[in-house]
Every structure is written in structure tokens, then in C-alpha cells.
Write a protein that binds this ligand. Structure first.
Ligand code: CP
Length: 314
């Protein structure tokens, strides 16, 4: 009998219980690795495709490495490899690949509806490895990092500073599901979360009894903040319409002065980083930074996501 495949296109497609389970599973993979235990070969005999139409260091390597460790074979496609470049439709590509692959991990370069087109079949699990609007597997790694550091997610207090980009969207759609959490998203004016994401996160927060605040100034940073999180100001190198955007972003750099306002906070960054731009080198390379553990947790999160999507386990 064929395995039941489950796509992961958006964090919003997971129930809160499913999200908690996949984060727990990611933490379990991390702890197993720390203990020197080999990964269970849950993907033995399976084939996973990775199709990255934009650059990636962490996500691509995390999914390839996780798939291999779990026993799958991997086929990697770059942006110039498939017949989509000569006019084959995304739908036909998805239909064909689904006859040959068990899972496809995709970083798109176009609109989000492309992901839905790859996922318009139930033979091959499709995983969003970052689209224009969301980076769901990053959020799994972020939450697993927080869970591992504080032993659970309930009550976690996070300050996100920077652009309301796809990592911020996924974080907001994920953390607000957990009771008693506090997520303050502070962005330059005009660079906040998209309205629909903000609305969805607000609804989750109401349901879970968590706090979700969007603001455009850093006046009210709480000393009890546990995690300060930022991301690159130019996601995958994308440009901004306003030629003066750096002036608007400058006050939102995470530096030692900001970290001193929440003295017990750890620093998170999804990487890649530009030292001196969104974060100073002193913070990124300093004692509060857990950004490189967070990067490693992308491997463990990829394992948890593949496990869930390809075997139905979590
Ligand atoms: N954080 C992240 O998605 O990194 P990559 O772009 O290198 O995959």
C-alpha cells in the first residue's frame, strides 16, 4: 500500500497539535544527534527531490542531509534543470515528478500558487522550502531551538526586529499558537507583516491565550524578553523599491545596546547574516547568540518535516 503523503506549504495548514508534534519531533532528532544516536531509517527506499530555484545554503543542505540520514536517496534540481524553463507547466511538472518521487522540497522563485500547483496530487509530498510569503520549515527550526533552550514553548517571550518577511510570517503563525507566549514584531514603518498574516496571527493568539503585538518602534522593549530575533534585511538578496530604505531600517539594527535592554535574552537569526547591517558582529558572534545552533536545528527540523510528510509519522 502507498504511504499517505502530506504536504507542508504553510504553517497555517497544520493544526496547533500537529505543529507542536512536529516541533517536538525536531527537538527529539536534535537530542538524539547530541547523544550520538543514528537517525532511524524511516525513509528507506524512498526518493526525495530538492528543487531550489533560488539560492540556499541551510535549507537545501538540511533537507538533503536529513533525507540521506533517514535512508532516502536524493535528486537535486537547480534553477536551470527542469523543462519548466522551456515552457512545461508547473502542474505537469508536479504530476510527472509525483510518479517518480516520494517527496519534493521546493524553493520557488515565483508566486505562491506555484506551490499549490506542485501539490495538486497526493502521491508526492510537497514541502515549502521558502516561498515569497512564508518560510514554514524555518519556523519549525526556530520553535525547536526555543523549545530545546527553555524546555518548552508555553510562555516564551520573543522580540522580532526587522522586516516582516517570510520568516517573520512563519514565526508569527507558529509561536502565537502556544499558550502564554508573547511575540512582539517590531518593523520599520511600511515593512510590517502582510495584513492577512497579521490577522491570522492575531486570531491564533486570541484562541491560544498568547500575546501578539506589531509595532514600529523599539520604545517598549521588555527587560524580560527571552529571545531577540532578526533576519537579513534583503531576503535572498531581493531589492526594495525605496532607494533610501537603509535609512529607514538603520534604527532597527540589533546591537549591544538593544541586547543590554533585555539582559537575559538569547539572540536568534535565521541566517545568512550581514554583520553591521541587521545585526552587529558583537551580537551575532557574542555569548548570547544561538544563531548557529538554530542553523543546525534546521537539519533536525528537516528530518521531522520529512518524517511527518512522507511517512505520516510525527
Ligand atoms: N535560513 C535559510 O533559509 O537559509 P538558506 O537561505 O541558506 O536556506
Amino acid at each position: 500500500m502507498r504511504q499517505r503523503r502530506r504536504h507542508l506549504l504553510s504553517i497555517a495548514h497544520l493544526t496547533s497539535e500537529e505543529l507542536a508534534r512536529v516541533v517536538e519531533r525536531a527537538a527529539w532528532y536534535a537530542l538524539s544527534a547530541q547523544a550520538g544516536e543514528a537517525c532511524p531509517r524511516v525513509l528507506d527506499g524512498m526518493v526525495v527531490g530538492t528543487y531550489f530555484r533560488k539560492t540556499s545554503t541551510r535549507t537545501r543542505t538540511a533537507f538533503s542531509s536529513a533525507a540521506l540520514r533517514l535512508g532516502a536517496q536524493v535528486i537535486a534540481y537547480g534553477p536551470d534543470d527542469l523543462q519548466e524553463n522551456t515552457g512545461e507547466t508547473v502542474e505537469d511538472t508536479g504530476r510527472v515528478l509525483s510518479r517518480m518521487l516520494d517527496g519534493l522540497v521546493v524553493r520557488t522563485a515565483g508566486p505562491d500558487k506555484e506551490l499549490a500547483a506542485y501539490a495538486a496530487q497526493d502521491r508526492m509530498a510537497v514541502v515549502n522550502a521558502m516561498s515569497e510569503s512564508e518560510h514554514p520549515t524555518q519556523a519549525v527550526a526556530d520553535l525547536a531551538t526555543i523549545q530545546l533552550l527553555r524546555g518548552g514553548l508555553e510562555g516564551a517571550r520573543v522580540l522580532y526586529v526587522g522586516e516582516g518577511n517570510n520568516s517573520a510570517v512563519a514565526l508569527a503563525l507558529a509561536l502565537t499558537r502556544f499558550k502564554g507566549t508573547e511575540l512582539r514584531v517590531v518593523t520599520p514603518p511600511g515593512y510590517g507583516l502582510p495584513e492577512a498574516a497579521e490577522r491570522a496571527a492575531r486570531a491564533y493568539a486570541e484562541e491560544a491565550g498568547s500575546t501578539f503585538v506589531c509595532a514600529h518602534d523599539l520604545d517598549r522593549v521588555s527587560a524580560s524578553t527571552e529571545f531577540v530575533y532578526t533576519t537579513r534585511w534583503q531576503t535572498t538578496g531581493t531589492s526594495k523599491a525605496d532607494p533610501d530604505w537603509r535609512t529607514v531600517f538603520d534604527p532597527f539594527r540589533v546591537d549591544e545596546a538593544l541586547m543590554a535592554r533585555c539582559p537575559d535574552a538569547r539572540f536568534l537569526h535565521d541566517l545568512p547574516a550581514h554583520r553591521g547591517e541587521e545585526v552587529t558582529a558583537e551580537v551575532l558572534d557574542g555569548p548570547a547568540s544561538v544563531a548557529f545552533d538554530q542553523a543546525e536545528n534546521k537539519l533536525h527540523s528537516a528530518a521531522a518535516v520529512l518524517d511527518r510528510c512522507l511517512t505520516g509519522e510525527s
